[in-house]
Write a protein that binds this ligand. Structure first.
Ligand code: C5P
Length: 211
């Protein structure tokens, strides 16, 4: 069973993906973390996210310690990730790992849940179930602001909203694997549905695909 979950930043897809993986005991892959790791390795090396050669080199040889680095979740890392994500060679290097994960989930799990931007369209076009999770840009910026403030840091809603919109535009308008719902994806809008309601609908949707 392969479950593909796509959507823009901060729509709630990560929370949903983790909960589904736990419920069904499937393996979970946060594919955004792969792009973030490439972005972070450039930032750590003092390189620009527009440096294509450096991004391609980093995507061939990802340092596993980056995945547990708290800086992986920083806004600047997300922004760098969305810039390197438009480089086709970076995408194709990261694609192999994702396809392999979905076809052979670790620990022999009976299924895999992957979340990202192009899972239902490019990484797993034959996924058993596809979901597209969205929310308004304002709602997503509000959530990011609350998250940052909950960590005790200062957050500027207007700047975060500008960043959310810039990231959406980059993710939706890039030539290679743009963010868009697969034709057979179930669309859920978390502006109006809370995460428990989304989870219940997703569980029913997945169960209906089980033999
Ligand atoms: O989901 P997250 O915010 O961690 O993703 C960071 C960036 O990585 C996204 O803005 C997007 O540009 C890129 N990404 C992608 N394809 C994926 C997952 C993430 O292009 N499957």
């Amino acid at each position: 069973m392969i479950i593909a979950i796509d959507g823009p930043a901060a729509a709630g897809k990560g929370t949903l993906a983790r909960r589904l993986a736990e419920k069904f005991d499937y393996a979970y892959l946060d594919t955004g973390a792969l792009y973030r790791a490439v972005g972070l390795s450039l930032l750590n090396a003092g390189k620009s996210p527009t440096d294509e050669a450096a991004a391609i080199a980093a995507s061939c040889d990802l340092d596993p310690s980056l995945f547990s680095d708290p800086a992986l979740r920083a806004e600047a890392t997300g922004s760098a990730a969305s810039q390197i994500a438009s480089i086709p060679a970076v995408r194709s290097n990261l694609l192999k790992y994702q396809v392999n994960f979905s076809n052979s989930p670790p620990e022999n799990k009976a299924g895999a849940v992957l979340d990202g931007r192009d899972i239902g369209t490019v990484v797993c076009p034959n996924a058993d179930r596809k979901l597209f999770i969205t929310a308004s840009a304002e709602e997503r910026a509000r959530r990011r602001t609350a998250e940052i403030e909950a960590r005790g840091d200062a957050a500027n809603f207007a700047a975060i909203l500008t960043d959310v919109k810039a990231r959406d535009a980059r993710d939706m308008n890039r030539k290679d694997s743009p963010l868009k719902p697969a034709e057979d994806a179930l669309l859920l809008d978390t502006t109006i549905l809370d995460i428990d309601a989304v989870f219940l609908r997703a569980v029913e949707f997945v169960k209906a695909a089980m033999p």
